[in-house]
Design a protein around this ligand. Structure first.
Ligand code: SF4
Length: 193
C-alpha cells in the first residue's frame, strides 16, 4: 500500500505506467487537484483532451460545470479532493474498457487509502460501479444513496457533469438533483466528523 510520501510520487508512477493501452494517448498523467486531507473525495471517470494537455483533472467544460456546482455549495478546492477513476486520456465518446479500469484501480485505491475521506462522491456510472461493485445498479436508481465502502467511508453516486452538459448544463433537469446529491454528501461528511 502506498504511503502519503509515495502519493507525492504518484505523478511519476503514472507517467511511466504502461499497464494498459491508454498510455499511448497520454501527454500528461492526470492525477488530482484539491486537498488530499479533505473529508469529501470526488471521483470522475477519465481525463479528456484539455486534462490530457494540462495534466490537471476537470479543467475542460465538464470541469467548469463542476466548478459552478462547488461554488453554489460554497465549496472551494480546499474543501475537496478531485481525481478520476482512470488516469490517462480517453477520446470523447469512447466507452471505458473493464481491463483499463482494472489496471488503473490500484492508483485510485491508493489515493483513497491516503485520503481516508468521509465521503466519496462518484460522478457517472463507471466510478460508482468500480467502487460499489455488484450492489450498484444505475445512476438514476442509485444516485444520492449512501453505500458503505471501507473504514467508515461512504460512497454517494451522482450524475457526471458531462451528462449534465448534454442536457444544457445548468439548465439540465438533473442539475438541481446533482446539487442535492452533493448536499447529502456534505451533510454525511459533517455528521460523521
Ligand atoms: Fe497505467 Fe492507468 Fe494510464 Fe492505464 S490508464 S496506462 S493503468 S496510469
Amino acid at each position: 500500500m502506498m504511503t502519503v510520501f509515495d502519493l507525492y510520487e504518484l505523478q511519476e508512477y503514472i507517467e511511466d505506467c504502461t499497464a494498459c493501452e491508454l498510455h499511448e494517448g497520454r501527454l500528461n498523467p492526470v492525477v488530482d487537484k484539491g486537498k488530499i486531507t479533505s473529508r469529501i473525495f470526488i471521483c470522475g471517470m477519465v481525463p479528456a483532451k484539455e486534462e490530457n494537455e494540462k495534466g490537471i483533472p476537470f479543467v475542460g467544460r465538464a470541469g467548469q460545470l463542476l466548478d459552478v456546482i462547488l461554488e453554489k455549495l460554497d465549496l472551494t478546492l480546499s474543501d475537496v479532493y478531485i481525481t478520476n477513476l482512470v488516469k490517462c486520456f480517453l477520446a470523447a465518446g469512447q466507452p471505458l474498457k473493464e481491463e483499463w479500469v482494472d489496471a488503473c484501480l490500484p492508483f485510485l485505491l491508493a489515493q483513497i487509502a491516503v485520503a481516508n475521506p468521509k465521503v466519496i462522491i462518484t460522478l457517472g456510472a463507471d466510478a460508482a460501479a468500480a467502487l460499489i461493485g455488484k450492489e450498484f445498479d444505475t445512476i438514476s436508481k442509485n444516485r444520492g444513496r449512501e453505500f458503505k465502502f471501507q473504514n467508515g467511508t461512504v460512497v454517494i453516486p451522482t450524475y457526471h457533469p458531462s451528462y449534465l452538459l448534454r442536457q444544457g448544463g445548468e439548465k439540465s433537469p438533473n442539475f438541481e438533483t446533482v446539487l442535492n446529491d452533493f448536499r447529502i454528501a456534505i451533510n454525511t461528511s459533517e455528521r460523521s466528523q
